[in-house]
Each structure stands twice: as C-alpha cells, then as structure tokens.
Design a protein around this ligand. Structure first.
Ligand code: 9UX
Length: 67
C-alpha cells in the first residue's frame, strides 16, 4: 500500500469534493480517499501498482487541476 497526497485546485463546494472523491475511488487499486475542501488536498491510499499519474488524470478528467 502507498499513500499519495494530491494538491487539488478548483474545488469550491462539497459537490466538488464528492466529484473528486468519486473520480479517485474509481481508479484501479485505490482503497481509500479523503478529500479536504479546506486544505485543497486529496489523500489517497492505493496499491503500490497504482501510478500516481492515474490519480492525477482522474482528478483532471473530473475537471480540476492538480498542482
Ligand atoms: Mo459545487 Mo463544484 O455546486 O464544481 S460541485 S462548485
């Protein structure tokens, strides 16, 4: 297991949090997602085999930017 923290830009309400959470949860190997609107961060627990680029792409495809 690995934990990756992404800095997510553009989340402005709880709906955004749900969207980002849903997008990250759908990535293969992801076992837990904790998104903070206040921090602008997503903490993702995932398999070692899950590429960080896949996490980043999922967030970007949902319409948000990753720093
Ligand atoms: Mo809230 Mo986020 O109505 O794109 S869902 S701003």
């Amino acid at each position: 297991m690995a934990t990756t923290t992404l800095r997510v830009k553009g989340m402005t309400c709880d709906g955004c949090v749900r969207s980002v959470t849903r997008a990250l949860t759908a990535v293969e190997g992801v076992t837990n997602v904790d998104v903070s609107l206040e921090k602008g961060e997503a903490v993702v627990t995932h398999a070692d085999s899950t590429p960080v680029t896949a996490l980043r792409s999922a967030v970007e495809d949902a319409g948000y930017d990753v720093e």
